[in-house]
Design a protein around this ligand. Structure first.
Ligand code: CP3
Length: 339
Protein backbone atom coordinates (compact mmCIF):
# COMPACT_ATOMS: atom_id res chain seq x y z
CA UNK A 1 0.00 0.00 0.00
CA UNK A 2 1.20 3.56 -0.68
CA UNK A 3 2.42 6.14 1.83
CA UNK A 4 -0.62 8.29 0.98
CA UNK A 5 -3.22 5.57 1.53
CA UNK A 6 -1.49 4.31 4.70
CA UNK A 7 -1.36 7.84 6.13
CA UNK A 8 -5.05 8.38 5.42
CA UNK A 9 -5.68 5.18 7.31
CA UNK A 10 -3.90 6.72 10.29
CA UNK A 11 -0.48 5.10 9.98
CA UNK A 12 2.40 7.50 10.28
CA UNK A 13 5.10 6.97 7.62
CA UNK A 14 8.68 8.29 7.47
CA UNK A 15 7.33 11.66 6.24
CA UNK A 16 3.93 13.13 5.41
CA UNK A 17 2.68 12.51 1.86
CA UNK A 18 1.87 15.59 -0.23
CA UNK A 19 -0.58 16.41 -3.02
CA UNK A 20 -2.43 19.65 -3.81
CA UNK A 21 -6.08 20.28 -4.50
CA UNK A 22 -6.42 21.60 -8.08
CA UNK A 23 -2.91 20.39 -8.80
CA UNK A 24 -4.02 20.12 -12.44
CA UNK A 25 -5.14 23.48 -13.72
CA UNK A 26 -4.49 26.89 -15.13
CA UNK A 27 -1.23 27.61 -13.23
CA UNK A 28 0.44 25.03 -15.52
CA UNK A 29 1.34 26.27 -19.04
CA UNK A 30 0.79 22.77 -20.46
CA UNK A 31 -2.78 22.85 -19.06
CA UNK A 32 -3.43 26.29 -20.57
CA UNK A 33 -2.16 25.06 -23.94
CA UNK A 34 -4.76 22.25 -24.03
CA UNK A 35 -7.43 24.53 -22.58
CA UNK A 36 -6.92 27.05 -25.44
CA UNK A 37 -8.21 24.44 -27.88
CA UNK A 38 -10.88 22.81 -25.66
CA UNK A 39 -13.59 23.92 -23.26
CA UNK A 40 -13.46 22.78 -19.64
CA UNK A 41 -16.32 20.34 -20.33
CA UNK A 42 -14.67 18.97 -23.48
CA UNK A 43 -11.55 18.27 -21.44
CA UNK A 44 -13.53 16.46 -18.72
CA UNK A 45 -15.64 14.53 -21.24
CA UNK A 46 -12.77 13.31 -23.43
CA UNK A 47 -11.06 10.52 -21.47
CA UNK A 48 -7.70 10.93 -23.28
CA UNK A 49 -7.65 14.67 -22.45
CA UNK A 50 -8.79 14.17 -18.85
CA UNK A 51 -6.09 11.50 -18.47
CA UNK A 52 -3.42 13.79 -19.93
CA UNK A 53 -4.39 16.70 -17.66
CA UNK A 54 -4.43 14.42 -14.59
CA UNK A 55 -0.90 13.27 -15.40
CA UNK A 56 0.55 16.75 -16.13
CA UNK A 57 1.35 17.71 -12.50
CA UNK A 58 2.56 14.16 -11.75
CA UNK A 59 5.15 14.40 -14.54
CA UNK A 60 6.50 17.68 -13.19
CA UNK A 61 6.43 17.13 -9.43
CA UNK A 62 7.03 14.05 -7.24
CA UNK A 63 3.50 14.21 -5.77
CA UNK A 64 2.30 11.32 -3.62
CA UNK A 65 -1.18 11.14 -5.18
CA UNK A 66 -3.03 12.10 -8.33
CA UNK A 67 -6.64 13.28 -8.51
CA UNK A 68 -8.79 12.49 -11.51
CA UNK A 69 -9.51 15.52 -13.69
CA UNK A 70 -13.26 16.14 -13.52
CA UNK A 71 -15.48 18.56 -11.64
CA UNK A 72 -17.90 18.09 -8.76
CA UNK A 73 -20.62 19.48 -11.01
CA UNK A 74 -20.23 17.24 -14.09
CA UNK A 75 -22.37 14.38 -12.67
CA UNK A 76 -25.27 16.85 -12.49
CA UNK A 77 -25.40 17.05 -16.31
CA UNK A 78 -26.75 13.50 -16.59
CA UNK A 79 -29.38 14.36 -13.98
CA UNK A 80 -30.70 17.02 -16.34
CA UNK A 81 -28.82 20.20 -15.31
CA UNK A 82 -27.74 22.45 -18.20
CA UNK A 83 -24.26 23.10 -16.84
CA UNK A 84 -21.85 25.49 -18.50
CA UNK A 85 -18.54 26.95 -17.33
CA UNK A 86 -18.64 30.60 -18.37
CA UNK A 87 -15.51 32.70 -18.64
CA UNK A 88 -15.29 35.03 -15.65
CA UNK A 89 -18.52 33.70 -14.10
CA UNK A 90 -17.65 30.13 -13.21
CA UNK A 91 -20.30 27.42 -13.37
CA UNK A 92 -23.84 28.33 -14.48
CA UNK A 93 -26.94 26.10 -14.55
CA UNK A 94 -29.71 27.79 -16.58
CA UNK A 95 -32.46 25.40 -15.40
CA UNK A 96 -32.03 25.60 -11.62
CA UNK A 97 -33.96 23.36 -9.22
CA UNK A 98 -36.54 25.45 -7.37
CA UNK A 99 -39.64 23.30 -6.85
CA UNK A 100 -40.84 19.78 -6.03
CA UNK A 101 -41.58 19.32 -9.75
CA UNK A 102 -37.97 20.28 -10.61
CA UNK A 103 -36.67 17.67 -8.12
CA UNK A 104 -39.03 15.01 -9.51
CA UNK A 105 -37.63 15.65 -13.01
CA UNK A 106 -34.01 14.98 -11.97
CA UNK A 107 -32.85 11.66 -13.44
CA UNK A 108 -30.54 9.15 -11.77
CA UNK A 109 -28.81 7.15 -14.48
CA UNK A 110 -26.21 4.65 -13.22
CA UNK A 111 -22.60 5.98 -13.29
CA UNK A 112 -21.75 3.86 -16.35
CA UNK A 113 -24.33 5.94 -18.28
CA UNK A 114 -24.05 9.20 -16.36
CA UNK A 115 -20.29 9.70 -16.27
CA UNK A 116 -18.71 7.02 -18.50
CA UNK A 117 -16.12 9.60 -19.58
CA UNK A 118 -14.74 10.02 -16.04
CA UNK A 119 -14.75 6.27 -15.34
CA UNK A 120 -12.90 5.69 -18.62
CA UNK A 121 -10.44 8.48 -17.79
CA UNK A 122 -9.76 6.80 -14.42
CA UNK A 123 -9.03 3.48 -16.19
CA UNK A 124 -6.57 5.22 -18.54
CA UNK A 125 -4.78 7.05 -15.70
CA UNK A 126 -4.54 3.95 -13.52
CA UNK A 127 -3.01 2.02 -16.41
CA UNK A 128 -0.42 4.78 -16.96
CA UNK A 129 0.45 5.09 -13.28
CA UNK A 130 0.89 1.31 -12.97
CA UNK A 131 0.55 1.23 -9.13
CA UNK A 132 3.30 3.86 -8.72
CA UNK A 133 1.00 6.66 -7.54
CA UNK A 134 -2.49 6.25 -6.06
CA UNK A 135 -5.33 8.06 -7.80
CA UNK A 136 -8.00 9.93 -5.83
CA UNK A 137 -11.63 9.86 -6.96
CA UNK A 138 -14.05 12.50 -5.70
CA UNK A 139 -17.56 13.81 -5.51
CA UNK A 140 -19.28 16.93 -4.29
CA UNK A 141 -21.35 16.39 -1.15
CA UNK A 142 -25.15 16.59 -1.42
CA UNK A 143 -25.27 19.99 0.31
CA UNK A 144 -22.76 21.75 -1.96
CA UNK A 145 -24.28 20.13 -5.07
CA UNK A 146 -27.68 21.42 -3.91
CA UNK A 147 -26.28 24.94 -3.59
CA UNK A 148 -25.25 24.95 -7.26
CA UNK A 149 -28.43 23.21 -8.46
CA UNK A 150 -30.71 25.61 -6.57
CA UNK A 151 -28.85 28.90 -7.06
CA UNK A 152 -27.91 28.10 -10.67
CA UNK A 153 -24.68 30.08 -10.36
CA UNK A 154 -21.94 30.71 -7.83
CA UNK A 155 -23.93 30.17 -4.61
CA UNK A 156 -23.17 33.60 -3.10
CA UNK A 157 -25.07 34.04 0.17
CA UNK A 158 -27.20 30.88 -0.41
CA UNK A 159 -30.42 32.89 -0.35
CA UNK A 160 -32.52 30.42 -2.35
CA UNK A 161 -30.85 27.34 -0.88
CA UNK A 162 -31.62 28.34 2.70
CA UNK A 163 -35.10 29.49 1.70
CA UNK A 164 -35.87 26.00 0.34
CA UNK A 165 -34.35 24.28 3.36
CA UNK A 166 -36.50 26.03 5.91
CA UNK A 167 -39.49 27.00 3.75
CA UNK A 168 -40.04 23.86 1.67
CA UNK A 169 -38.42 21.11 3.70
CA UNK A 170 -40.19 18.29 1.82
CA UNK A 171 -38.62 19.41 -1.47
CA UNK A 172 -35.25 19.85 0.23
CA UNK A 173 -35.35 16.31 1.66
CA UNK A 174 -36.49 14.82 -1.67
CA UNK A 175 -33.53 16.52 -3.38
CA UNK A 176 -31.11 15.23 -0.73
CA UNK A 177 -32.34 11.65 -1.21
CA UNK A 178 -31.56 11.82 -4.93
CA UNK A 179 -28.15 13.38 -4.34
CA UNK A 180 -27.19 10.74 -1.74
CA UNK A 181 -27.82 8.05 -4.37
CA UNK A 182 -25.89 10.02 -7.00
CA UNK A 183 -22.87 10.50 -4.70
CA UNK A 184 -22.73 6.94 -3.34
CA UNK A 185 -23.03 5.29 -6.76
CA UNK A 186 -20.53 7.69 -8.33
CA UNK A 187 -17.91 7.26 -5.59
CA UNK A 188 -18.24 3.46 -5.59
CA UNK A 189 -17.93 3.37 -9.41
CA UNK A 190 -14.70 5.41 -9.23
CA UNK A 191 -13.17 2.88 -6.86
CA UNK A 192 -14.30 0.03 -9.11
CA UNK A 193 -12.57 1.84 -11.99
CA UNK A 194 -9.30 1.96 -10.01
CA UNK A 195 -9.23 4.86 -7.52
CA UNK A 196 -7.41 4.10 -4.27
CA UNK A 197 -8.88 6.88 -2.11
CA UNK A 198 -11.91 9.18 -2.18
CA UNK A 199 -12.50 12.79 -1.27
CA UNK A 200 -15.90 14.35 -0.65
CA UNK A 201 -15.98 18.13 -1.25
CA UNK A 202 -18.47 20.20 0.73
CA UNK A 203 -17.06 23.60 -0.19
CA UNK A 204 -20.09 25.70 0.85
CA UNK A 205 -20.78 24.04 4.20
CA UNK A 206 -19.09 26.88 6.12
CA UNK A 207 -22.11 29.07 5.36
CA UNK A 208 -24.35 26.99 7.63
CA UNK A 209 -24.83 27.18 11.36
CA UNK A 210 -24.65 24.11 13.60
CA UNK A 211 -28.43 23.70 13.96
CA UNK A 212 -29.16 23.73 10.22
CA UNK A 213 -26.19 21.43 9.61
CA UNK A 214 -27.60 18.94 12.11
CA UNK A 215 -31.14 19.11 10.73
CA UNK A 216 -30.76 19.48 6.97
CA UNK A 217 -27.30 18.19 6.05
CA UNK A 218 -25.76 15.75 8.52
CA UNK A 219 -28.21 12.86 7.98
CA UNK A 220 -27.43 12.78 4.24
CA UNK A 221 -23.71 13.50 4.42
CA UNK A 222 -23.17 10.80 7.02
CA UNK A 223 -25.10 8.32 4.84
CA UNK A 224 -22.92 9.09 1.81
CA UNK A 225 -19.76 8.29 3.74
CA UNK A 226 -21.01 5.25 5.63
CA UNK A 227 -22.75 3.70 2.60
CA UNK A 228 -19.61 4.10 0.50
CA UNK A 229 -17.50 2.57 3.26
CA UNK A 230 -19.88 -0.39 3.51
CA UNK A 231 -19.33 -1.10 -0.20
CA UNK A 232 -15.67 -0.34 -0.95
CA UNK A 233 -12.54 -0.55 1.18
CA UNK A 234 -10.67 2.70 0.50
CA UNK A 235 -10.00 5.66 2.79
CA UNK A 236 -12.35 8.64 2.58
CA UNK A 237 -11.35 12.28 3.11
CA UNK A 238 -13.99 14.86 3.96
CA UNK A 239 -13.17 18.40 2.86
CA UNK A 240 -14.94 21.67 3.61
CA UNK A 241 -13.82 25.22 4.30
CA UNK A 242 -14.75 27.67 7.05
CA UNK A 243 -16.14 24.89 9.24
CA UNK A 244 -14.15 25.26 12.47
CA UNK A 245 -17.46 25.82 14.28
CA UNK A 246 -18.82 22.54 12.89
CA UNK A 247 -15.80 20.32 13.65
CA UNK A 248 -17.29 18.86 16.84
CA UNK A 249 -20.27 17.67 14.75
CA UNK A 250 -18.22 16.68 11.68
CA UNK A 251 -16.21 14.46 13.98
CA UNK A 252 -19.14 12.00 13.99
CA UNK A 253 -18.75 11.36 10.24
CA UNK A 254 -17.25 8.00 9.39
CA UNK A 255 -14.41 9.63 7.39
CA UNK A 256 -10.78 8.52 7.79
CA UNK A 257 -9.43 12.02 7.24
CA UNK A 258 -10.52 15.65 7.26
CA UNK A 259 -9.33 18.49 5.07
CA UNK A 260 -8.46 21.60 7.07
CA UNK A 261 -8.38 25.10 5.57
CA UNK A 262 -5.93 27.85 6.61
CA UNK A 263 -8.36 29.67 8.91
CA UNK A 264 -7.58 27.24 11.72
CA UNK A 265 -4.39 25.47 12.81
CA UNK A 266 -3.99 21.70 12.51
CA UNK A 267 -3.51 21.60 16.28
CA UNK A 268 -6.79 23.38 16.94
CA UNK A 269 -8.66 21.34 14.31
CA UNK A 270 -7.45 18.14 15.97
CA UNK A 271 -8.67 19.36 19.36
CA UNK A 272 -12.08 20.33 17.99
CA UNK A 273 -12.50 16.97 16.23
CA UNK A 274 -11.63 15.25 19.48
CA UNK A 275 -10.85 11.91 17.90
CA UNK A 276 -8.11 10.11 16.01
CA UNK A 277 -8.25 11.15 12.37
CA UNK A 278 -5.71 12.06 9.73
CA UNK A 279 -5.72 15.77 8.91
CA UNK A 280 -4.98 17.08 5.43
CA UNK A 281 -3.82 20.65 4.85
CA UNK A 282 -3.44 23.50 5.36
CA UNK A 283 -1.26 26.13 3.65
CA UNK A 284 -3.20 29.20 2.44
CA UNK A 285 -3.17 28.88 -1.40
CA UNK A 286 -2.74 32.64 -1.70
CA UNK A 287 0.60 32.34 0.14
CA UNK A 288 1.85 29.72 -2.33
CA UNK A 289 1.84 32.47 -4.95
CA UNK A 290 4.07 34.66 -2.75
CA UNK A 291 7.76 34.82 -1.77
CA UNK A 292 9.50 31.48 -1.17
CA UNK A 293 10.93 32.53 2.23
CA UNK A 294 7.42 32.96 3.61
CA UNK A 295 6.13 29.74 2.02
CA UNK A 296 9.04 27.82 3.48
CA UNK A 297 8.54 29.17 6.98
CA UNK A 298 4.77 28.49 6.88
CA UNK A 299 5.24 24.99 5.45
CA UNK A 300 7.76 24.12 8.19
CA UNK A 301 5.35 25.32 10.85
CA UNK A 302 2.56 23.23 9.35
CA UNK A 303 4.85 20.19 9.20
CA UNK A 304 5.78 20.72 12.86
CA UNK A 305 2.11 20.83 13.83
CA UNK A 306 1.43 17.80 11.65
CA UNK A 307 4.05 15.87 13.59
CA UNK A 308 2.00 16.32 16.78
CA UNK A 309 -1.34 14.98 15.49
CA UNK A 310 -2.22 11.33 14.74
CA UNK A 311 -1.32 11.58 11.04
CA UNK A 312 -0.84 14.35 8.47
CA UNK A 313 -1.17 14.66 4.69
CA UNK A 314 0.39 17.90 3.46
CA UNK A 315 -1.89 19.94 1.17
CA UNK A 316 -3.20 23.46 0.74
CA UNK A 317 -6.24 24.72 2.62
CA UNK A 318 -8.06 25.02 -0.75
CA UNK A 319 -7.14 24.68 -4.44
CA UNK A 320 -4.00 25.96 -6.22
CA UNK A 321 -4.73 29.42 -7.68
CA UNK A 322 -4.13 30.21 -11.37
CA UNK A 323 -1.42 32.83 -10.66
CA UNK A 324 0.75 30.41 -8.67
CA UNK A 325 4.29 30.01 -10.08
CA UNK A 326 4.87 26.28 -10.81
CA UNK A 327 8.37 26.78 -9.35
CA UNK A 328 6.80 27.33 -5.91
CA UNK A 329 4.87 24.06 -6.18
CA UNK A 330 8.11 22.28 -7.11
CA UNK A 331 9.98 23.69 -4.11
CA UNK A 332 7.09 23.00 -1.72
CA UNK A 333 6.82 19.34 -2.76
CA UNK A 334 10.61 18.97 -2.44
CA UNK A 335 10.52 20.56 1.01
CA UNK A 336 7.90 18.09 2.28
CA UNK A 337 9.84 15.19 0.72
CA UNK A 338 13.05 16.27 2.47
CA UNK A 339 11.47 15.67 5.88
O1 CP3 B 1 -8.15 19.07 -7.88
C1 CP3 B 1 -8.01 18.71 -9.07
O2 CP3 B 1 -6.98 18.93 -9.72
C2 CP3 B 1 -9.11 17.86 -9.69
C3 CP3 B 1 -10.09 18.53 -10.47
C4 CP3 B 1 -11.13 19.41 -9.82
C5 CP3 B 1 -11.70 20.51 -10.49
N1 CP3 B 1 -12.72 21.00 -9.73
C6 CP3 B 1 -11.29 20.99 -11.82
C7 CP3 B 1 -11.67 22.36 -12.23
C8 CP3 B 1 -11.79 19.29 -8.59
C9 CP3 B 1 -11.55 18.31 -7.46
C10 CP3 B 1 -12.80 20.29 -8.56
C11 CP3 B 1 -13.74 20.45 -7.44
C12 CP3 B 1 -14.68 21.58 -7.44
N2 CP3 B 1 -15.29 22.19 -8.50
C13 CP3 B 1 -15.19 22.16 -6.25
C14 CP3 B 1 -14.85 21.72 -4.86
C15 CP3 B 1 -13.55 22.27 -4.39
C16 CP3 B 1 -13.50 23.76 -4.31
O3 CP3 B 1 -12.77 24.37 -5.11
O4 CP3 B 1 -14.19 24.31 -3.43
C17 CP3 B 1 -16.08 23.18 -6.63
C18 CP3 B 1 -16.85 24.08 -5.71
C19 CP3 B 1 -16.14 23.17 -8.05
C20 CP3 B 1 -16.98 24.05 -8.90
C21 CP3 B 1 -16.19 24.84 -9.86
N3 CP3 B 1 -15.51 24.31 -10.95
C22 CP3 B 1 -15.99 26.23 -9.88
C23 CP3 B 1 -16.56 27.20 -8.85
C24 CP3 B 1 -15.21 26.54 -10.99
C25 CP3 B 1 -14.85 27.90 -11.51
C26 CP3 B 1 -13.76 28.52 -10.73
C27 CP3 B 1 -12.44 28.41 -11.47
O5 CP3 B 1 -11.43 28.13 -10.83
O6 CP3 B 1 -12.45 28.65 -12.67
C28 CP3 B 1 -14.88 25.30 -11.62
C29 CP3 B 1 -14.04 25.13 -12.83
C30 CP3 B 1 -12.87 24.20 -12.70
N4 CP3 B 1 -12.90 22.97 -12.13
C31 CP3 B 1 -11.56 24.43 -13.22
C32 CP3 B 1 -10.80 23.28 -12.92
C33 CP3 B 1 -9.37 23.01 -13.29
C34 CP3 B 1 -11.10 25.63 -14.00
C35 CP3 B 1 -11.47 25.34 -15.42
C36 CP3 B 1 -10.79 26.19 -16.45
O7 CP3 B 1 -11.31 27.26 -16.76
O8 CP3 B 1 -9.78 25.74 -17.01
Amino acid sequence: MSLFVETLRGKRGPRPPVWLMRQAGRYLPEYRALREKNSMLQMVMTPELACEVTLQPLRRFPLDAGIIFADILTPLIGMGANLEFKKGEGPVIDNPVRSAADVAKLRLPPPSENTPYTLNAIRLVVKELAEKTPLIGFSGAPFTLSCYLIEGQSPGDLQRTKAMMVGDAATWHALQEKLVTLCVEYLVAQVEAGCKALQVFDSWLGYLGPREYAQFVEPYLSRVISEVRARVDVPVVFFATGVAGLFPQLSKLDAHAFGVDWRISLTQAHKLLGRNATLQGNLDPQLLAGPWEYIERSAREILAEGAEIPAHVFNLGHGVLPHTPPENVQRLVELVHSR
